[in-house]
Design a protein around this ligand. Structure first.
Ligand code: ZN
Length: 908
């Protein structure tokens, strides 16, 4: 549809008239704002785009075009600037709208916010002077989930309304007392993917039937970005360019209010602040009170329009990686707004009423204006509270039980460097020690990082660096009560995200501020690696165990170097090298030069040591059978239904973008018959979209995979893809998924044990006296029950140092455990449990986990490997690649790919 509209003017007239005149539900006459008097000098939506708001879903390029038209018409009041580029090359922009007086001094307004942000250089009286005539910034962000389209249309209406309204005091106040920043599309790739699907599925008239194709997106849907990330979970890990750009500009502007506009279930109404419990304990009380102010003003306008809404349910503020959370930690009031989704132009709700696109757009339009109005009415209060937030953060940091964090120099220094850079990118001040120092009775080497919490970002530091952020006790008690009744829990996302744990970085805390000779750390995530020892006449060695060494290997293989690796640790010239250390011999690589190795070290961050002899004093020699040669594996990943798009996309991102190694995506339907013999590795991501792998692959597909593994392929299953591999009918892995442990009493009350399997069920059953509530509960508990689903905790797993899959891997890993899946360990005659969850008492590293799951997960496998013919099957019982934020699992996952392929024995 789009290309026809674009190419011929005549077609535009005919096609749009057909589509629009048949669309009776919300025609051109839909009133977005009653009694508005608009200046004709400001171009309308319709004049620029050719349709009224809500008649079509606006493509990314067209929305940009509209904002540019506004900027051309009123450059003294609106500006448009790009802040990032999506993977698919689309610009992300932010639009600034304010009075001409404010626009003329916009740089001063920004620098004033920088001054308010740092009470160490801005006294209270100076702050008060600034606040007198400083407009406050409201930041309205739209469409982070690309298939939640209505908010982008509301963004255009909001800008138009602010520029074109005449004689509206409310608008005049907003323009004079505030700066409104509009981010109209946080996820343009996802949005255009959705529109492409929608227009492809359209017929003569918009169809309100929710089973119509236009309401049902094909895999992967438009919610996520190009690598299928939920950008609304990426805020503190900053893996994606969209998030990186956004975090940078937010710290230039420091808005006092931040809105993230979403859509939710089509049968719902509208949601706004205040948010549901649990609140993150590191939020300040001022912020919680302000949420109510914004909510009340939204409610007033919803009452005027006669609209339904709700507050305080479902959407919480506990996880810090949402758009509606992250800005809170610099002192903003951050909120999520949710509109019932049309997922098209009209959809029928459960009560038979049609929900139309213009209606959905108007709701976001109303709350956008209402939010800016609240900021205008409370300008001084919010600015003062922002300053106070920064003051109290420093003050708390001076008195806290934890007053500093230290990242000591460590084996995986690259991970510590990345963690430091990541925090600096988010406004945290970090020092790097120029000489050794003491803190809380411990001594630390030069090169260690120190984060003192007496700084404006104190609450952010605690939220991300603490081992655990507790949920409110009452909330937890309520979840336990609900669980006992088999009601769903109300935990919205993961309950653990401690960065040192996720990145497997050693961190220490101290109850005192640390003094010493420190240099402020910059925002870079990686430091250039070095070559020690100059030209090696015999070999170059790369100690294994960090992401930088993995990157060195992938780039070395891609550039055609011949690389070997020792499966066991060894000692050379008095230095100990860990298992997995890379060996690049000059004999194998005639053309290698120290300059090219040094360049590779610099660009990948790996540290390389050159050696002039091959004499190993302990452990295998370079020619040992314990030293294997890498090949350059061709890596494939299963794609499309029934894979979980997050798992497929995020995994591909890690291999391609964090390690620079190409991955071929193959649709599952192709795997049934495709000749896979030219691939060495196939990854099965988590299962999550319409049916399981067994059905999707069928007998033929399973036979194809088994045959390929037997001939030397390495099959890697992630998370619940192991349900398929461990299915007794499939038996690619001999582990099995467990039911919940049945306690002895329950077993008795259920009558288990009296019943013979295979007996016909009788018309009547054995009677029971139920003498207690426990008896009753036992009787209503199903006989076969999956363990309860875990919202997301970090759990410890111990690694077998003798297996090559664990080469160079830290002895203990922190695994994000989600969902109900627990597997039996593999028996010793069948395979190896390379990483096993810790015992029940040591298991939980962070977060909230049900007691039964903790007991049942103890000593169960995280990573298992079985050889099968000439190949291997490797199962990760939890997805190591979730949100690409478990950096601590990178090495073992990349071992599976690169070392798995090196150890397989296909006929070559
Ligand atoms: Zn959303």
């Amino acid at each position: 549809m789009k290309s026809i509209l674009r190419r011929t003017g005549i077609a535009v007239v005919i096609l749009t008239s057909i589509l629009i005149t048949n669309y009776a539900n919300a025609g051109d006459d839909f009133v977005f704002w009653p009694d508005a008097d608009y200046d004709p000098a400001i171009p309308t939506f319709e004049a620029v785009l050719g349709y009224a708001p809500g008649q079509r879903i606006t493509w990314h390029a067209d929305a940009i075009r509209y904002f540019e038209a506004l900027a051309e018409a009123a450059p003294e009041r609106i500006s448009v600037a790009a802040y990032a580029k999506s993977w698919e090359g689309r610009d992300l922009v932010y639009v600034v709208v304010t009075s001409p007086e404010n626009m003329a001094r916009i740089e001063t307004i920004k620098s004033n916010m920088q001054r308010l942000a740092d009470p160490r250089r801005t006294s209270r009286s100076e702050a008060q002077e600034i606040i007198k005539d400083q407009p406050a910034v409201t930041w309205l962000s739209y469409g982070v989930h690309g298939n939640e389209t209505s908010s982008t249309e509301a963004a255009m209406l909001t800008a138009y309304h602010l520029l074109a309204s005449r004689g509206d005091k409310r608008v005049a106040d907003i323009m004079r007392d505030t700066v409104v920043v509009i981010d109209p599309m946080q996820n343009p790739d996802g949005r255009d993917r959705f529109i492409h699907h929608f227009e492809t599925s359209e017929g003569l008239v918009p169809d309100s039937d929710r089973i119509a194709a236009e309401h049902n997106e094909p895999w992967p849907g438009g919610r996520t970005n190009h690598y299928f990330f939920d950008l609304n979970r990426d805020w503190f890990m900053l893996t994606q360019p969209e998030t990186q750009g956004r975090v940078k500009i937010l710290q230039e502007w420091y808005p006092v209010a931040y809105v993230d506009a979403h859509e939710m279930s089509s049968d719902s109404t509208y949601y706004f602040a205040p948010e549901a419990i649990p609140y993150n304990p590191h939020l300040a009380s001022d912020q919680r009170n302000s949420l109510t102010l914004f909510g009340k003003n939204n409610a007033r306008w919803f009452d005027n329009f006669g609209l339904d809404y709700y507050t305080r349910e479902v959407f919480d503020a506990f996880y810090p990686g949402y758009g509606a959370s992250w800005p809170s930690y610099f002192g903003s009031v951050a909120m999520t707004y949710e509109q019932a989704s049309v997922r098209g132009l009209v959809v029928r709700q459960y009560d038979g009423k049609d929900l139309t696109y213009p209606f959905a757009i108007r709701n976001h339009f109303i709350t956008s204006l209402s939010t800016a109005e609240t900021t205008a009415a409370n300008r001084q209060k919010f600015l003062s509270e922002f300053y106070d937030y920064r003051v109290s953060a420093i003050q708390e940091g001076k008195n806290d039980s934890i007053r500093s964090y230290i990242l000591p120099t460590q084996a995986d220094q690259a991970a510590a460097n990345k963690l430091a850079g990541l925090l600096v990118q988010q406004g945290v001040e970090i020092g790097r020690a120029n000489s050794s120092f003491e803190a809380c009775g411990q001594s630390y080497e030069a090169g260690s990082y120190v984060i003192n919490s007496a700084q404006p970002g104190k609450r952010f530091i605690r939220t991300l660096m603490d081992t655990n952020v507790p949920m409110n006790d009452d909330f937890i008690a309520e979840q336990e009560r609900r669980r006992a009744k088999n009601l769903d829990d109300e935990i919205y996302d993961v309950t653990a995200w401690s960065l040192p744990l996720m990145m497997n970085v050693r961190a220490a805390s101290c109850s005192r501020n640390v003094d010493g000779d420190f240099t402020a750390q910059g925002p870079e995530l990686m430091q250039a690696g070095t070559l020690t020892g100059g030209t090696g006449s015999v070999a170059y060695l790369v100690p294994w165990g960090s992401a930088t060494a993995v990157r060195f290997l992938t780039q070395a293989l891609r550039s055609g170097l011949d690389v070997k690796s020792s499966d066991k640790a060894f000692t050379h010239s008095g230095r100990r090298y860990p298992a997995g250390t890379l060996i690049i011999t000059v004999a194998d690589n005639a053309s290698v030069s120290s300059a090219s190795i040094a360049e590779l070290a610099a660009s990948t961050g790996a540290d390389v040591v050159s050696v002039d002899n091959s004499w190993v004093t302990d452990g295998p020699n370079f020619g040992s059978e314990n030293v294997v040669r890498f090949n350059q594996p061709r890596v494939a990943i299963a794609w499309d239904q029934p894979t979980a798009s997050y798992s497929a996309g995020n995994t591909r991102f890690i291999v391609e973008r964090q390690f620079g190694y190409p991955v071929t995506a193959i649709r599952v339907a192709q795997l049934k018959r495709a000749d896979l013999s030219h691939y060495q590795v196939l990854i099965l991501p988590e299962n999550g979209w319409g049916g399981g792998y067994a059905d999707a692959l069928g007998e033929q597909g399973t036979a194809n995979l088994k045959d390929w593994v037997a001939k030397g392929g390495v099959l890697i299953g992630l998370g619940n893809a192991n349900r398929y591999l461990a299915d007794p009918e499939i038996d690619l892995l001999s582990i099995r998924r467990e039911n919940a442990v049945v306690e002895a009493e329950k077993d008795k009350a259920n009558g288990n044990g009296n019943k013979n399997d295979g007996d016909e069920e009788e018309a009547t059953v054995e009677g029971h006296y139920l003498t207690s509530n426990d008896d009753y509960r036992a009787l209503i508990t199903p006989e076969k029950n999956s363990p309860d689903s875990v919202a997301g905790v970090l759990a410890k797993a111990n690694v077998d140092p003798d297996h090559w899959l664990g080469a160079g891997v830290a002895p203990t890993l922190n695994v994000l455990v989600r969902g109900p899946d627990i597997y039996t360990p593999v028996k010793m005659d069948k395979g190896v449990n390379v990483a096993v969850f810790a015992g029940a008492h040591d298991l939980l590293a962070s977060g909230y986990m049900w007691e039964q799951n903790r007991k049942q997960l103890a000593y169960k496998p995280f990573v298992v490997i079985q050889s099968s013919g000439r190949g291997y099957v490797i199962g990760f019982t939890q997805d190591p690649n979730v949100r690409a934020y478990l950096d601590g699992l990178n090495v073992i996952f990349m071992n599976a790919i690169l070392r798995g392929s090196a150890h397989a024995r296909p006929v070559r």
